[in-house]
Write a protein that binds this ligand. Structure first.
Ligand code: BGC
Length: 458
């Protein structure tokens, strides 16, 4: 099927072709279960279902009950992926669809869905890249402590084994967790995402338990014969607002939270200074051994750099997130840059900086990288600004490759417009427009541009 193009002849703002990427470079698009699947009545409830019913938490008052109805329209969506010409599709498996209460009883109907999806992808010649956890913790688990409890890590590994047993024969590449940093910070420290806790630094065990869940899941996946396992972490350069010691200190602290709290234990087998003392967990050394078991590759989700200064002088709200005054840092606006419709600054060269810094920071401990998310929120089907964003970021990525950083793949966030968490349906990240009234899919100009750009790489 050739999808109907909204903008027939448009191939975007960039007149020059992208530089040449390695022949075996993995091109893909990403989504996540809760953001696109819908069919909520056919799965267990998750923390996001409960969060969406709390007044004011999701800004447009919406839920993901229907979302893009991908559960019923996955064939059409796989055809869009195939026709785009990418080699891989990163999706997530909904834990409450597979195990409605997060433990014990498995839903065969839930597993059947992923079975069908994986078959459809294989038939289309697209590599399935499932993420096992993209923030939709089964509600029943949350009600008994969720990721604040250590044994949720064990439940997660059991669920990972169930999924691997069912679809592992056709899945060549796995992702354990998506962005445990955001899930800790937004979901458990600041309460801006589900489950909505405002624990500030008492959220630290949530970070550790997710990392432990990752380590145990890697073990379970390997025991099931799975290979090529990675994790998708969000990272971005952190810039100090000035050379003043207070601003530098605040920026270092933010860098620790976003860039090192998860990467250091995974790649170096230790927490950054001071964290282990706060965590004060018995058996930490054994946990860290599990957490740092070698990965086949490391996933980076990149959106923007952050300018950070000493607390007190920053805005009370930043990118729609309320910043409590107790935090030892305050984000500041990056001026003089174009912004996405989400208000995020567009700084493609910071992407090169991030990748080079990562290589310098972790050196021979760093496995090959895959960019598991990069993208932007813009309204409109003739989305020339998305084309400029992707073009700029791919050129920056190529600069890092040319400088010797081992990056093996790049996934655009996202295939479809979808349920953007606390923003509801207000932010559109898709290469394909979704009309939420009719659920009709319309490929945007950026879809046509990417298809041509990939064709030129062949
Ligand atoms: C998440 C996605 C999200 C995207 C845009 C990432 O933090 O993994 O689920 O939609 O960013 O906000």
């Amino acid at each position: 099927m050739i999808p109907r193009m909204a903008v027939s002849a448009s191939t975007g703002t960039s007149s020059t072709a992208l530089p040449r990427f390695p022949g075996d470079f993995l091109w893909g698009v990403s989504t996540s279960a809760h953001q696109i699947e819908g069919a909520a009545e056919l799965r267990g409830r998750s923390v996001w279902d409960a969060f969406a019913t709390m007044p004011g938490r999701v800004k447009d008052g919406s839920t993901a009950d229907v979302a893009c109805d991908h559960y019923h329209r996955y064939r059409e969506d796989v055809a869009l992926i195939r026709d785009l010409g990418v080699g891989a599709y990163r999706f997530s498996v909904s834990w409450p669809r597979v195990q409605p209460t997060g433990a014990g009883q498995v839903s065969e109907r839930g597993l059947d869905f992923y079975d069908r999806l994986v078959d459809e992808l294989c038939a289309a010649g697209v590599r399935p890249v499932p993420t096992l956890f993209h923030w939709d913790t089964p509600l029943v688990l949350e009600e008994t402590g969720g990721w604040r409890r250590r044994d949720t890590a064990e439940r997660f590994a059991q669920y990972a084994a169930v999924v691997a047993e069912r679809i592992g024969d056709r899945v060549p590449t796995w992702i354990t967790l998506n962005e445990p940093a955001e899930h800790t910070l937004l979901g458990h420290a600041l309460g801006e995402h589900a489950p909505g806790h405002r624990l500030l630094f008492d959220a630290l065990p949530v970070a550790h338990h997710q990392l432990l869940g990752h380590g145990l899941a890697v073990q379970a996946l390997r025991a099931a014969g799975a290979g090529h396992i990675g994790i998708a972490n969000s990272h971005g350069p952190t810039w100090a607002a000035s050379d003043e010691p207070a601003d530098r200190e605040a920026a270092d602290f933010y860098d620790l939270l976003l860039n090192r709290l998860f990467a250091d234990p995974l790649l170096l087998g230790r927490y950054p200074d001071g964290i282990a003392e706060i965590l004060d967990t018995p058996g930490l050394d054994a946990d860290l051994k599990l957490i740092s078991a070698p990965l086949d590759w490391y996933g980076i989700n990149y959106y923007q750099p952050t300018l950070v200064g000493a607390p007190g002088a920053g805005p009370e709200e930043f990118s729609g997130v309320h910043i409590p005054p107790e935090l030892p840092f305050a984000p500041r606006e990056i001026e003089g840059r174009p912004r996405t419709d989400f208000g995020w600054p567009v700084v493609p060269e910071a992407f090169t900086e991030l990748l080079l810094d990562f290589r310098d920071r972790y050196a021979d401990r760093l496995p090959p990288l895959i960019v598991t998310e990069n993208g932007c929120s813009y309204e409109g089907i003739d989305d020339q600004r998305r084309i400029a964003f992707l073009d700029g970021h791919l050129r920056s990525l190529h600069r890092a490759l040319a400088a010797g950083v081992d990056v093996r793949g790049y996934f655009v966030w996202s295939l479809l417009d979808n349920f953007e968490w606390a923003e509801g349906y207000r932010q559109r990240f898709g290469l394909v427009h979704v009309d939420y009234a009719t659920l009709e899919r319309t490929p945007k100009a950026s879809y046509a541009w990417l298809r041509e750009a990939l064709r030129a790489q062949r």
